[in-house]
Design a protein around this ligand. Structure first.
Ligand SMILES: NC(=O)c1ccc[n+]([C@@H]2O[C@H](COP(=O)([O-])OP(=O)(O)OC[C@H]3O[C@@H](n4cnc5c(N)ncnc54)[C@H](O)[C@@H]3O)[C@@H](O)[C@H]2O)c1
Length: 260
């Protein structure tokens, strides 16, 4: 069994919960985050906890994981950390994009659109290519990216991110299709609405979204980061070896529930 997992966006929300859960499962944690100010304090809390659980088998890097220079600088270090062996998981859990509409007072610009689609979508492809070329992906490696219902529904402020989600899903499908022959699988994990830092940035009405979601969700609550972490823990088991090129839903059935 590979002993290490790599999480892009591992300081808060889904990525942090996954780091803690997989640390408890016995994996060493390599994670990237990009936090300043108050967010940095939250990151320190996560890192301290993961460090304790893993007994120090934990490496967090506070830098822009979407930059090619970051990939080129840190991938050789990752190879040293894993002693050359492949990682068990590459998880993309980065939330960093422009939350605006396509029209109206602040129509999205080309620069914002390109940035959002790169950071929240395409960057997973470049990480995967570079890790694969360095033999850091192998038999049993999982590639996972987080998606949302906004991949097929139009919502206020979610236009650019929804494009990134669709791009990521297509990239994941194609990665699984091309790398499946090596025993490497790639899947999207669709979370329901989860009260995290990212949600508060999508809309000022996020508390309203949360209340409406609780009513709409068949299980009468919102998704938690631990729900996602537990699902990822399951997906790392050998029994999940044949799940590939899929979208896996972890939302209590929210995506099947109408809005009325
Ligand atoms: N919160 C929800 O309702 C929800 C629902 C479905 C899917 N998702 C998806 O889950 C993923 C994680 O979001 P979250 O809700 O946990 O948000 P979050 O804000 O709690 O976490 C985002 C993480 O990304 C990191 N990050 C941001 N920019 C980065 C960069 N350039 N390089 C490296 N790290 C960077 C942050 O440091 C943090 O660790 C996102 O892809 C999001 O779209 C969220």
């Amino acid at each position: 069994m590979s002993e290490w997992v790599l999480i892009l966006g591992g300081s808060t929300g889904h990525g942090a919960a996954t780091a803690k859960r997989l640390a408890k499962d016995g994996y060493g944690i390599i994670a990237f985050h990009f936090d300043r100010g108050d967010a940095k304090k939250l990151a320190v809390e996560t890192i301290t906890e993961v460090n304790e659980i893993t007994g120090g088998r934990c490496h967090y890097f506070n830098t822009n994981a979407a930059a090619e220079e970051t990939m080129d600088k840190y991938i050789p270090q990752i190879k040293e950390i894993t002693s050359g062996g492949p990682v068990k998981l590459l998880l993309h859990s980065i939330a960093f994009g422009t939350t605006t509409n396509l029209f109206g007072e602040k129509p999205v610009t080309q620069r914002q659109m390109d940035m959002t689609v790169h950071v929240m979508g395409n960057s997973l492809l470049y990480w995967t290519q570079k890790l694969f070329n360095m033999q850091l992906l192998g038999e049993g490696t999982r590639i996972l990216g987080l998606t949302s219902e906004g991949n097929y529904l139009a919502m206020d402020g979610y236009g650019p991110v929804s494009v990134a989600k669709v791009a990521m899903e297509a990239i994941i499908r194609q990665i699984g299709w091309e790398l499946g022959r090596y025993g490497i699988t790639a899947n999207s994990l669709q979370a329901g609405i989860t009260p995290t830092r990212a949600l508060t940035k999508i809309t000022d009405n996020w508390e309203d979204w949360v209340e409406k979601t609780k009513k709409r969700n068949p299980m009468k609550r919102t998704t938690t980061p631990n729900d996602i972490a537990n699902t990822i823990s399951l997906l790392l088991k050998q029994e999940a070896d044949f799940i590939n090129c899929s979208i896996i839903y972890c939302d209590g059935g929210e995506h099947r529930s109408g809005t009325f």
